[in-house]
Design a protein around this ligand. Structure first.
Ligand SMILES: Nc1ncnc2c1ncn2[C@@H]1O[C@H](COP(=O)(O)OP(=O)(O)OP(=O)(O)O)[C@@H](O)[C@H]1O
Length: 256
């Protein structure tokens, strides 16, 4: 598998009368360690994910996949882009068939990946383990799952399709904090083994800190601080970083 590259070049975007992203440069290469994007609520994290996915049109600059602008791609390359870069948000329920069992869905996703030449050395049991679910959980029908369980299975299904880059936008909102921590550890391990690069977009500092050796802090439409979470919070120079550090004093103590 060639190492795909997703890049934002001087990216600007937003909504009529609401500029949100004001000049961001970013490079994510398959095999990279997970990268976190953090920042307060409403700062533009989801907008950035939509721009990277191509569902939102930039007002300036562009996003490229392997050097080609994603919004002007021929159909075949657009298909390659969608297979190589998966986007998972809190309400995306990526399953192949909601009437099937969890295991049947995962097997179907593994089959799709194999057919597309994305060979996989993973089993449904390993995929369930990556999201902290036991193997017997595979027997459950999709329609019987809770919101949090569905989020976890959707993530396992996304992993089964073997993307090179996985963009996770607040993917664990319905999962309890303890399970979230366990998932962060296990997901980190399987993504490293599969060579899947991840962008983890969240305001959950603890989750991001567990998964990502390095983060960008988004404020006023730009990355105003970058580095490990502990360093970003400890050297809070930008007022938005200071505000977040003050709003979460326990988190800051933990990271110091
Ligand atoms: N479709 C839209 N039309 C107009 N404004 C929007 C639209 N979607 C988002 N916004 C505004 O753009 C800004 C950024 O929103 P966005 O959802 O990207 O922030 P966020 O950092 O992901 O927030 P959160 O952490 O709360 O999910 C907010 O002020 C939001 O109200």
């Amino acid at each position: 598998m060639a190492g795909s590259v997703l890049q934002a070049h001087d990216l600007w975007g937003g909504y009529p009368g609401t500029p949100v992203i004001n000049g961001i440069d970013l490079t994510i290469t398959a095999g990279d360690a997970p990268l976190g994007i953090i920042g307060p609520s409403g700062v533009g994290k989801t907008t950035l994910a939509r721009l990277l996915r191509g569902t939102e049109r930039p007002t300036r600059g562009q996003v490229t996949f392997n050097g080609r602008a994603i919004r002007r791609m021929p159909r075949r390359e657009a298909k390659e882009f969608r297979a190589a870069v998966r986007f998972q948000s809190q309400d995306s329920m990526t399953v192949t068939d909601p009437r099937l069992t969890v295991a049947a869905n995962l097997k179907e996703a593994l089959k799709i990946a194999r057919k597309a030449g994305r060979t996989h050395a993973t089993t449904t049991a390993e995929l369930l383990d990556a999201v902290a679910l036991p193997e017997q959980f595979g027997k459950r029908a999709m329609i019987t799952l809770s919101g949090g369980e569905r989020q976890r299975v959707a993530l396992a299904t996304a992993l089964a399709t073997r993307p090179e880059i996985l963009v996770l936008d607040e993917p664990f909102t319905a999962v309890d904090p303890q399970t979230r921590g366990e998932m962060a550890r296990r997901l980190g391990a399987i993504m490293e083994r599969l060579g899947t690069a991840a962008v983890v977009i969240s305001h959950d500092l603890e989750l991001v800190e567990r998964m990502c050796p390095s983060v960008h802090f988004l404020a006023e439409g730009q990355f105003v601080a970058s580095g490990p979470v502990s360093e970003v919070l400890a050297n809070a120079e930008h007022p938005a970083v200071r505000d977040l550090a003050e709003a979460a004093p326990l988190a800051v103590q933990r990271f110091r």
